[in-house]
Write a protein that binds this ligand. Structure first.
Ligand code: ADP
Ligand code: MG
Length: 350
């Protein structure tokens, strides 16, 4: 449905706002771009509907390069909601909702019918249709802005922080409403947020950006389970990380009983032999520093894996793989889930 191929954007005299973004989204997915202010979220959105042209790379919608489309036509085919929703003050709510339909030359009767149909979706009665924007609360105006984007039944909708200016209570209820609406309508939605809670609540997949670069693109569950690096962990927040892992085990529990220490005298090869003797399935090698900190050091493990995988192969042993930034207890959970017995190994050979 939507594909980015090595897309970059450099503003005049500026640094790269978006750097070599390659992504692929399916029809009906709810995608949330998230990252700190200035990381290139809005730039990315605007490139999709050609308000901004990429400096390099290509964007495809349904397999068609957007550069082959007329920009005005393209914008009519894509719904766009921004933070400052900007309803037209001199138009009624009905006219505001029907704006794009008018551009698409729908007859008035059909536009009216569509507006009536839509307004019920967001829990407002049809008599709101004849009101003017100033007669609505901020939250209600925001709902109308969303309906305007949905009116033409465009399959792709871009939403740039549409809820961030709302008070928390209105925001919460709108998020819920909107998620339900999306499940009903099945549109492809590209949503921008700087709020991880919002992203976790709404998205099928979350794209995390930092300084214009892709950091991680995964489902909310996977992002909580396997944050790509410390930046993501920080962005998620420690509280949420711990919440996401109900079966917390302390490092002490994990490294018991009697972890083997690998030192210069005591090699990993011996540990593997021991593993064979004890008929366990895996070694969990963690360097001492990170045992103390409760985190696994990735590079260390990766190097270890390279060094030992040949040995492991020779012994037909499964070496346990740990990805970057994985918490020990999470690694352990995976071992236990697969019913593997393991020997804890502390690497002191540093
Ligand atoms: P976000 O939406 O994630 O906050 P933006 O896409 O708006 O980030 O901006 C990304 C970077 O590009 C920022 O460093 C910003 O200052 C810069 N930028 C955005 N718009 C322009 C512009 N029109 N001209 C020059 N630089 C811009
Ligand atoms: Mg922005």
């Amino acid at each position: 449905m939507l594909k980015f191929e090595h897309v970059s954007k450099v503003y005049k005299g500026g640094e790269k706002a978006v750097n070599d973004l390659s992504l692929h989204f399916k029809k009906g997915e709810f995608i949330c771009f998230i990252g700190p202010s200035g990381c290139g979220k809005t730039t990315t959105m605007k490139m999709i509907n050609r308000l901004i042209e990429p400096s390099s790379g290509s964007i495809y919608i349904n397999g068609e390069n957007i550069l082959d489309k007329d920009p005005v036509q393209l914008r009519r085919e894509i719904g766009y909601v921004i933070q400052q929703i900007g309803l037209f003050p001199h138009m009624t709510i009905q006219e505001n909702i029907g704006l794009v339909l008018k551009l698409l030359k729908w007859p008035e009767e059909k536009r009216k019918a569509r507006a009536r149909e839509l307004i019920s979706l967001v829990g407002l009665t049809p008599d709101y249709l004849d009101r003017f924007p100033h007669e609505l609360s901020g939250g209600q105006q925001q709902r109308i802005g969303i309906l305007r984007a949905l009116a033409a039944d465009q399959p792709l909708i871009l939403m740039d922080e549409p809820f961030s200016a709302l008070d928390p209570i209105t925001r919460d209820s709108l998020q819920e409403e909107f998620k339900k609406l999306q499940q009903k309508l099945g549109k492809t939605i590209v949503f921008v947020s700087h709020d991880m809670d919002e992203a976790l609540k709404l998205a099928d997949r979350i794209v995390i950006l930092r300084d214009g670069e892709l950091v991680q693109c995964d489902t909310p569950e996977e992002i909580l389970r396997n944050p790509a690096n410390e930046f993501v962990e920080e962005f998620i927040g420690k509280d949420r990380l711990v919440q996401a892992r109900p079966n917390i085990q302390t490092v002490e529990q994990i490294m018991n009983p009697n972890p083997i220490s690998i030192t210069k005298d005591h090699s990993l090869l011996e540990a593997i032999q021991l593993m064979k003797e004890r008929r366990v399935d895996a070694l969990l090698v963690v360097d001492e520093q990170h045992v103390l900190e409760g985190f696994i050091d990735v590079e260390m493990i990766d190097q270890k894996r390279k060094k030992t995988s040949l040995v492991a192969d020779a012994y037909e042993t499964e070496m346990f793989t740990v990805t970057e930034g994985t918490l020990i207890r999470d690694a352990i959970r995976r071992i236990l889930k697969r019913g593997m017995k393991y020997i804890p190994v502390v690497d002191q050979d540093r």
